[in-house]
Design a protein around this ligand. Sequence first.
Ligand code: DGL
Length: 284
Amino acid sequence: MTSGIDGPIGMFDSGFGGLTVARAVIDLLPGEDLVYIGDTGRYPFGDKPLDEVRRYARELAWSLVHDFGAKALVVACNTAAAALPVHELESELAADGLDIPVIGVIDPGSQALVRATRSGSVGVIGTIGTINSGAYDLAVARAAYGATIDLTSAACPGFVEFVERGRTSGPEVTLLAERLLAPIREAKVDALLLGCTHYPFLARVISEVLGDNVMLVSSADETAFALRDLLEAGGRRRDRTEGGTARFLSSGDVMWFENLGRRLLGPELCGAEVWSGGSPGPEN
Ligand code: DGL
């Protein structure tokens, strides 16, 4: 099955974090339709075993293709992309007869990080699952093309929970940030990749803790550019330049998703629907 150019872009995250990527995609590709699933009923992904997250990622991906006719997928969650690398997901879909291009946030973010550094000393922060998977060590090395890049990584458990509760600033967030970001500060990096799609919502606090000399890099814009290129290369980009629609679904409390989601994303999130799971995808 090949979805036509009229199908929506399918996107998922464990919750609200992928909305940072959705925002960038809506701004860059206003003519495209978008379906976003926030798996808030099973969030957080970051401290779950990667096998479990892999299963969720498959279920979300297959649902976006089968139930919503997605023509391309954006894995707007670092943890999910670390658990199920996007090229593997794409191959699994192809093995199921589904010709659907997939992009994630890890490679676009790593490329932006390597471009941003002057000193070659960089950092990445993410969930426990993402950091322990080593996905960023590999992706940054790939992006560096043999140049020497010194990468310091730190897991930041607790950040996602603050965002999911709508707490993006305040003394408790700052206190946690000071503790978790200590290794990054000590490493004297000049660029830090926010390797969890929830973290851009905490950018102000992170920036206050690290100071002006550290450039914060978010993968959202880079991912949107990569998506545009992918759609164009595959002849899947719609002709129209405006009028795209956006649907938002959540597996948890829909009213909560709608209210906090609108605050985080903006007016395009004017309603949320229930996502009650989908086709499980292939057994693995
Ligand atoms: N936003 C997700 C990411 O980029 C993770 C959030 C979670 O722990 O569920 O990794």
